[in-house]
Design a protein around this ligand. Structure first.
Ligand code: HEC
Ligand code: HEC
Length: 332
């Protein structure tokens, strides 16, 4: 039933969509909004990174977990720490350990065992299984890449998808799809933002570093640096968004505002997903905005992503900021 409603909705929207402008394929990375791809604002002096947490072999512990792991174990690409095994179903081998001889790193390394993911990668739990599988095929077949060719972790994601078997893809899709998406990002409207440094494409707050004007950006950072450093899958993110962005985003999302199509037609009235269309409520705003920019440039042009082409074509960077801020603020 849900699937049928989705198909009918999409048919109408497709007809409306042809009236909207086409995107400019192949826009130069120089034109990309730097904040969405993990770069500092133009002209700002990036803060020096503190020395990486030493792997002195000492066991680390985390509040609420009885386990201990060394830093090497926490960062092990082929079997990273699982701090809270009770928080998720048993992980398939490919999720927990990957397949080292093929260079397939464990999904749990970047997306966490619970699939929450981080601002610089992607939230993968609660996705429809069919959608998840389609994305892996799009990465594999060259239909989904980053508009920033230097975005290293997206390039790794592509290499992983190319090396996976269909059985592994299905096992991962069913595992992550079995866990509902729950709140993970706190959205705060603010004129200023804590100063940050950048670590592997992730903004990290500088304790005691003061604040700077936010401007027209979304800056999303870990709530707690110490817990993030241990890859704590219970410690989420805070996203600073421009003052007024939530109301402007709500107007565009719910009505289209004459510049786009109301999102609920395809993503479900509550934006929690409909049939094979993924949910967008309560998910990382930097991830969502980045994906919409990737779709605008044509870097992401998967089989189903083409339904999004007319949705994003006429939207400005400010529109996308407002939309991503609003969708991230919704309770999933
Ligand atoms: C090195 C870090 C890394 C590892 C390991 C990794 N991923 Fe990813 N994954 C990413 C990044 C980065 C993205 C976002 C890429 C983009 O910009 O499109 C992503 C995106 C995805 C998406 C798209 C989500 C969406 O909403 O469309 C899926 C599905 C996914 N990964 C599945 C997996 C699976 C399955 C594994 C394990 C076999 C895995 N990933 C391992 C970094 C990683
Ligand atoms: C015509 C149907 C349709 C409409 C309308 C639509 N979407 Fe989508 N959207 C899709 C489909 C289908 C996908 C999955 C694309 C794929 O498979 O790559 C998608 C994917 C996305 C993604 C990427 C999700 C992920 O996990 O990577 C975002 C973000 C998104 N849409 C936001 C929006 C917003 C915001 C609106 C309203 C302004 C909107 N969409 C309106 C069909 C639609």
């Amino acid at each position: 039933m849900r699937q049928t409603a989705w198909m009918i909705g999409c048919a109408c929207v497709m007809a409306m969509a042809v009236a909207l402008a086409q995107p400019q394929p192949g826009a130069a990375p120089a034109d990309l909004p730097l904040w969405a791809y993990g770069y500092p604002a133009p002209g700002s002096t990036p803060a020096p990174a503190p020395p990486a947490a030493q792997d002195d072999g000492a066991p680390r512990s985390l509040a609420g977990s009885t386990a201990t792991f060394t830093m090497a174990e926490i960062r092990n690409g082929y079997g990273p720490a699982d701090w809270f095994p009770g928080d998720h179903p048993p992980m398939p081998e490919i999720v927990a350990r990957g397949r080292q001889d093929a260079g397939v790193r464990a999904c749990a390394l970047c997306h966490y065992p619970n699939g929450k993911g981080r601002a610089e990668n992607a939230p993968v739990s609660g996705l429809p299984v069919a959608y998840f599988i389609q994305q892996m095929h799009d990465y594999r077949d060259g239909r989904r890449r980053s508009a920033d060719p230097k975005k290293n972790n997206t390039n790794l994601m592509i290499a992983i998808a190319k090396a996976m078997t269909d059985d592994e893809i299905r096992a991962a899709a069913e595992y992550f799809g079995s866990m509902p998406w729950t709140p993970w990002i706190r959205v705060v409207e603010s004129a200023t933002v804590p100063k940050t440094r950048i670590a592997g494409g992730l903004f990290v707050g500088l304790p005691g570093g003061g604040t700077e004007p936010l401007g027209q950006r979304i800056i999303e950072m870990p709530e707690d640096n110490a817990r993030e450093a241990l890859r704590d899958p219970r410690s989420g993110f805070v996203a600073y968004v421009p003052v007024g962005s939530l109301a402007k985003g709500e107007a565009l999302v719910t009505t289209g505002g004459g510049r786009t199509v109301a999102c609920g037609v395809c993503h479900g009235a509550d934006l929690k997903g409909l049939g094979p269309v993924p949910g967008i409520a309560g998910r990382s705003p930097s991830y969502s905005a980045r994906q919409m920019f990737d779709m605008q440039t044509g870097a992401r042009h998967g089989l189903w992503a083409d339904l999004m082409t007319p949705v994003v074509a006429g939207l400005t960077e400010e529109d996308l900021i407002n939309i991503a801020a609003y969708t991230a603020s919704l309770t999933p």
